[in-house]
Write a protein that binds this ligand. Structure first.
Ligand SMILES: [Zn+2]
Length: 302
């Protein structure tokens, strides 16, 4: 893996770090930096001068410990040691512009990370941000996650696609956050806030359903991109209980509580259900509520 910094980023980061040193009164190195810069100003040839400034910035980027912060954060993610991976750090000019993307072109994978240099001096923002982005990129590179940049959202409309995309991001973000916390790191968006967002995005689900999914994610029951897409698509809501879904084929409500339908114990109840729902078969399952209803139904002797 190759970690590179765009010169704009390095220049701005060094400048801000020097200014901070001066503000804190530890101006010894700042003085040295100014002296070195003044010497470069004297260089007449524009190109050589620009080159000298760039080299000076790069030298100070290391000297001020800025580069080291990135290197030590990277050490946490062994998957990123991939030799075909290039990580580029670019300066973002606004908050809106911040983020990270993975581009795959043939055998070369490029992770472009953009953020404002001022973030380097905001408590542990850099650590939280990069841990998050690099665990996400690790997922994309991990065969277990089975990531595809072209995975289909398969919504019925653009509106539905947007909804699926939002939910998928929220679920994945939670999956990333929960693992970072387990690794002992701090996270950018608190779990409380993430849960609030999920309550809104998955408002059709019951509170129990949401809790159950979060518990499953926290316990790594969903580990692939398609798991998260399926949950985001609500597909489970359309599949009968007995076939791994959450739909009760009788009452058509979402249920996380399938009844145990072992035939030997409850032959009468099964017969009752079949009488009312001739198309129903035992493999579809039934929710506990419906089951209880049938079990308590007074039987008419035939
Ligand atoms: Zn039911």
């Amino acid at each position: 893996m190759k970690l590179t910094f765009e010169s704009d980023f390095v220049e701005s980061a060094v400048f801000l770090a020097i200014r901070q040193n001066e503000a804190e009164g530890s101006g010894g190195s700042a003085k040295q930096w100014h002296t070195q810069r003044d010497k470069i100003y004297a260089v007449k040839d524009t190109q050589s001068r620009a080159k000298a400034f760039r080299e000076l910035d790069e030298e100070w980027f290391i000297r001020l410990g800025l580069r080291q912060r990135f290197d030590s954060l990277l050490n946490v993610f062994p998957i990123l040691e991939d030799t075909s991976l290039v990580i580029r750090i670019r300066r973002a000019l606004s908050r809106k512009d911040e983020g990270s993307e993975l581009y795959i072109q043939g055998k070369v994978k490029t992770n472009l990370i953009k953020f404002q240099t001022v973030r380097l001096f905001e408590a542990d923002y850099l650590e939280k941000f990069l841990h998050h982005e690099w665990l996400r990129v690790s997922d994309m590179l991990d065969p277990v996650f089975q990531y595809s940049p072209h995975a289909a959202l398969s919504g019925a409309s653009e509106l539905e696609d947007n909804l699926i995309r939002d939910r998928y991001r929220l679920l994945w973000e939670f999956y990333v956050s929960i693992r970072l916390l387990k690794m002992g790191f701090r996270i950018l968006t608190s779990l409380t806030r993430q849960k609030q967002l999920m309550d809104r995005a998955f408002s059709k689900w019951t509170a129990e359903a949401r809790e159950k999914i979060l518990w499953e994610i926290a316990n790594q029951k969903h580990q692939t991109q398609s798991d998260f897409l399926k949950l985001a698509k609500d597909e489970k809501l359309m599949v009968p209980l007995g076939q791994g879904g959450l739909l009760c084929p009788l009452c058509h409500f979402t249920s996380f509580d399938p009844a145990d339908l072992s035939f030997q114990q409850n032959p009468m109840v099964i017969e009752e259900i079949k009488r009312d729902h001739p198309n129903w078969n035992i493999d579809w399952g039934i929710c506990q509520n419906c089951f209880d209803l049938y079990q308590s139904k007074p039987r008419v002797a035939v």
